[in-house]
Write a protein that binds this ligand. Structure first.
Ligand code: NAP
Length: 232
């Protein structure tokens, strides 16, 4: 894996489906060296080369898999141009119907893993590198049947805002994107929403991938992005 400053790789954490899969595809179209990780990625062994453009297996809800992957990545590449945090899950139920186990699992994946992956990857970041987090409209507004999701999306935004301040003297950019509805599996089975009102996932992925092409001195730290109808 080439890690010269001109051609440092990008990691897409959560590239198995939806937004992350589209970001990885669009980074490939932009000729950016990038690798993905998710539960459904291809298996690999420590010491193997991570081929650009591919999604590799890593269950981010398991801390040991996070640290194993980052250790292997560090052997091949000492620095990253950026990281997209596109993994996550929804949990949409009235509060009284959420089991504590579901609540805990939601936060393990959506928040704890995000913290651990960030912490493990920090030594690979250089001035000009970026960390791009996906919050949501649910990261600044409340919705019914969304207590867990709103709480985790607000928490991601808070984490990223604090990290933005913590890393600014190192020249590392922390970008928080608050997307409105993008049509992916996360919407399947939810009543009262129309796919045609949402941003097609490849339009969104194509746009998100372009953040990697910004000059280092350009720093869009918080971006709200909505479908034409606004918040659905
Ligand atoms: N779609 C929207 O309207 C929207 C709006 C705002 C924010 N978001 C946020 O954007 C993120 C991506 O959502 P999406 O809409 O693209 O949904 P999605 O299609 O369900 O994508 C979820 C992604 O997370 C990965 N993932 C899930 N569990 C994982 C695990 N344990 N370890 C590693 N990877 C895991 C999945 O890959 P594998 O299945 O291969 O593991 C997939 O790449 C979520 O955090 C979501 O909250 C989405």
């Amino acid at each position: 894996m080439d890690s010269t400053s001109e051609n440092r790789p990008i990691l897409v954490a959560g590239a198995g489906s939806g937004i992350g899969k589209s970001v990885l595809e669009n980074l490939n179209l932009l000729n950016k060296p990038a690798v993905g990780i998710s539960r459904t990625g291809v298996e690999w062994k420590p010491g193997e080369t991570f081929e650009f453009g591919r999604n590799f297996r890593c269950n981010l809800a398991r801390p040991s898999e996070v640290t194993e992957f980052v250790s292997s990545l560090k052997i091949q590449c000492s620095s990253l141009a950026g990281v997209y945090f596109t993994f996550g899950s929804g949990l949409f139920k009235p509060v009284e119907k959420i089991a504590l186990e579901e609540w805990n699992a939601h936060f393990v994946l959506n928040l704890n893993s995000l913290f651990l992956l960030t912490k493990e990857l920090l030594p690979t970041l250089r001035p000009g590198s970026f960390l791009c987090y996906l919050s949501s409209t649910a990261g600044y507004q409340g919705f019914p049947e969304s207590t867990a999701y709103c709480a985790s999306r607000h928490a991601i935004a808070g984490f990223a805002k604090a990290l933005r301040e913590e890393l600014k003297s190192d020249g590392i950019r922390v970008i928080t994107v608050y997307p409105g509805a993008v049509y992916t599996d996360i919407w399947k089975g939810r009543e009262g929403f129309d796919q045609d009102d949402m941003i097609p996932v490849d339009d969104f992925g194509r746009w998100l991938a372009t953040l990697s092409t910004l000059p280092d001195a350009v720093y869009p730290d918080e971006i709200r992005l909505l479908p034409r109808k606004g918040i659905l």
